[in-house]
Design a protein around this ligand. Structure first.
Ligand code: SAM
Length: 231
């Protein structure tokens, strides 16, 4: 898969996505990550990309033309363009799965007060990573790329590593334990030491259902991603 990010601050994305599993996926060519900077398309020699909002108010707004041209530089036939905004549909595992099936994503990061609204018609999807406001779209792009990359074939070493995880089955995952068997007086549940795979699977299922019922009963509802534009 290829992902291009339209951003004024590529280092905020490149550095965290150079480490660990995603860094390895990039080194192995499973994920190609590129950047397109609206500043390269500024109309003046100062590289101005923002201006004051029409109608007054605080902060600066990213101008439409440099962002539009930065998208155009990397967009090709079949590209799926995602605008990151707190006003978008909420990102979830179902959307991560659907985005991981795309061949080429372009993620557009706003900064300051956001991007001139007229650019939104260039996007296939407006996406929020949660009900809070970040200073810019870059941490959101990192979260989306990380969640999508680990779903790409070959990225996780064990074939089924992403199969039983939290959110995949409308459930939170059962708890994990590792050695030692007793840690500061707390014991690992005995069933996990039994070697009986059927009992272990049943215990994990029960634990997952009980945890989900207590913490996230809303997960039992049908996935929200169904029927969205472009999927
Ligand atoms: N003034 C905007 C509002 O109230 O909706 C917030 C702009 S925010 C300070 C600047 C940029 O950060 C946005 O254009 C967007 O790209 C990004 N951003 C902030 N929160 C986000 C979130 N929850 N999900 C995705 N992107 C977000």
């Amino acid at each position: 898969m290829r992902v291009d990010v339209v951003t004024l601050f590529p280092d905020m994305i490149d550095a965290p996505l150079s480490e660990s599993i995603v860094g390895r996926a990039r080194n192995e060519g499973l994920l190609e990550l590129g950047f397109s900077n609206p500043r390269d398309f500024a109309a003046d020699r100062h590289g101005t990309v923002d201006d004051r909002p029409y109608g007054g108010g605080t902060g600066m707004v990213m101008m439409a033309e440099p962002v539009y041209r930065a998208i155009g530089k990397v967009k090709r036939k079949g590209t799926y363009v995602v605008l990151l905004t707190p006003k978008g549909v909420r990102f979830d595992q179902g959307l991560a799965v659907k985005l991981s099936a795309k061949k080429h994503l372009v993620l557009v990061c706003g900064h300051y007060e956001g991007i001139d609204e007229r650019v939104s018609s260039s996007a296939d999807l407006e996406l929020s990573i949660g009900d809070y406001v970040l200073t810019g779209g870059e941490p959101a792009a990192v979260a989306v790329i990380d969640a999508v990359t680990r779903l790409l074939p070959g990225v996780l070493r064990k074939k089924d590593a992403a199969v039983n995880e939290t959110f995949t089955d409308g459930l939170l995952e059962a708890p994990h334990y590792t050695r030692p068997g007793v840690w500061r007086g707390k014991k690992v549940p005995g069933v996990l030491l039994s070697g009986d795979h059927a009992r272990i699977a049943a215990w994990r299922r029960r634990s997952a259902e009980s945890l989900t019922g207590k913490r996230r009963p809303d997960l039992k509802k049908p996935p929200r991603a169904a029927g969205r534009k472009g999927f």
